[in-house]
Ligand binder design. Structure first.
Ligand code: VGL
Ligand code: ZN
Length: 199
């Protein structure tokens, strides 16, 4: 039985050059991911999907600027430029990403009060997205993560995957990072320590 799944994180216009929270070379992962999809029987996409007044937006916090940190009820939260607003062009998948093989699109960050980097849990690390149940019920246990951004949504997803008992690998050539104050090094270190296979 095929137990492998490719999980494509947030390959959306706002994370690509020209977007509101552009990741350097973010669009370059698209052809690599399209090619990879052919090697997997199961493809799952995630989509960052924020309300217009989302609490992770610096614009909602007077006096605060993007990339500053604040304390939320659930812990520390980085503030971002407005991005991936529900229904906006920026929230759409990159136009060249092949959506056809996707059997599930999981949206996250759609509650105003709480952000969600991981595909598995919101940033309180307890509210589930439902992905664990989906994967378990379908017998998908070997997970490969690709997409944007390496040091945020990809890393938190891979770490939670291991925590949930899945095997997790990250194909770095199909990822690009934001690298905010050393976050790339920090999150690569955390993934290694947790047993995520970095390729
Ligand atoms: C992401 C910051 C805010 C990501 C999403 O996809 O890595 N990063 N929202
Ligand atoms: Zn976001």
């Amino acid at each position: 039985m095929a137990t492998k799944a490719l999980i494509v994180i947030d390959v959306q216009n706002d994370f690509c050059p020209g977007g509101a929270l552009a990741v350097d070379e973010g669009d370059q992962v698209v052809p690599v991911i399209n090619q990879l999809m052919g090697q997997f029987d199961h493809v799952i996409l995630t989509q960052d999907w924020h309300t217009a007044d989302h609490s992770s937006f610096a614009s909602q916090h007077p006096g605060k600027a993007p990339f500053e940190n604040i304390e939320m009820a659930y812990g520390s939260q980085t503030l971002w430029p407005d991005h991936c607003v529900q229904g906006s062009h920026g929230a759409d998948f990159h136009p060249e990403l092949n959506l056809m093989p996707a059997e599930l699109i999981i949206r996250k960050g759609f509650r105003t009060e709480i952000d969600s980097y991981s595909a598995f849990f919101e940033n309180d690390h307890v509210t589930p997205t439902g992905l664990t149940g989906y994967l378990r019920e379908r017998g998908l246990s070997e997970l490969t993560f690709v997409g944007l951004a390496t040091d945020f949504c990809v890393a938190y997803s891979a770490l939670d995957a291991v925590g949930q008992g899945f095997s997790a690998r990250v194909l770095l050539e199909a990822c690009r990072g934001i690298d905010l104050m050393g976050s790339m090094e920090t999150m690569i270190g955390k993934m290694k320590a947790a047993g995520v296979d970095l390729i």
